[in-house]
Write a protein that binds this ligand. Structure first.
Ligand code: ITT
Length: 194
């Protein structure tokens, strides 16, 4: 199945492609999609806005991904504002610096957090699929690793004690990540739409 992917984040695109390809979906991004204003207050609303905009612009089935980091000690922040936590959209280094500063003095047991990924797929005939995946973990005291993107250097997934998400291989990350789980659910539901 050929799907358009409504994202302007190249690293997110690469992850979506590598997870969905073995599940039988090819993502294409050869269409100049409009920039979408993320005005939703939930991940699911924003994923739907991205998918809808892409479907309307391309006339093809389109997938939108809205994701982020929710930190318990910060009341769920940065949440839907994860990409622009430090002000400028997509400033990963600035976001990490701001997060570590906000958690200064917070002990390990209270640094619990989770990554959330919502994915929405909208077909030109109006059918919609919405799925969600989560990855539990905690926030480190300093960044480590060079893999992944975003907050991966400071996120310690519960499934790999003592390692940051950015220290995992792509296969290890996809096996436990919020995006890996959401896309597995999407692939399952897409079977019913072929
Ligand atoms: P698009 O809207 O164009 O898809 P974006 O980067 O703006 O790209 P989001 O609005 O969904 O995407 O913001 C997601 C942010 O959450 C992202 O910029 C990272 O800071 C963080 N994030 C999401 N998934 C992540 C992951 O797997 N690892 C680390 N950080 C992640």
């Amino acid at each position: 199945m050929k799907l358009i992917l409504a994202t302007h984040n190249q690293k997110k695109l690469a992850e979506l492609q590598r997870i969905l390809a073995p599940l039988g979906c090819t993502l294409v991004q050869d269409i100049d999609l409009p920039e979408v204003k993320e005005t939703g207050v939930t991940f699911a609303e924003n994923a739907r806005l991205k998918a809808l905009s892409g479907t309307l612009a391309s006339g093809l089935p389109c997938v939108g991904d809205d994701s982020g980091l929710c930190v318990d000690a910060l009341g769920g922040a940065p949440g839907v504002y994860s990409a622009r936590y430090a002000g400028e959209h997509g400033n990963d280094g600035g976001n990490i610096t701001k997060l570590l500063a906000a958690l200064q003095g917070v002990p390990p047991a209270q640094r619990t957090a989770r990554f959330v990924c919502t994915v929405c797929c909208i077909f030109p005939d109006g059918r919609e699929i919405a799925v969600r995946g989560e990855c539990a973990g905690s926030i480190a005291f300093a960044p480590a690793g060079t893999g992944g993107f975003g907050y991966d250097p400071v996120f310690l997934p519960a499934a790999y004690p003592g390692r940051a998400m950015a220290e995992l291989s792509a296969v290890e990350k996809d096996g436990v990540s919020h995006r890996g789980k959401a896309l597995l659910a999407l692939a399952e539901q897409l079977k019913g739409h072929l």
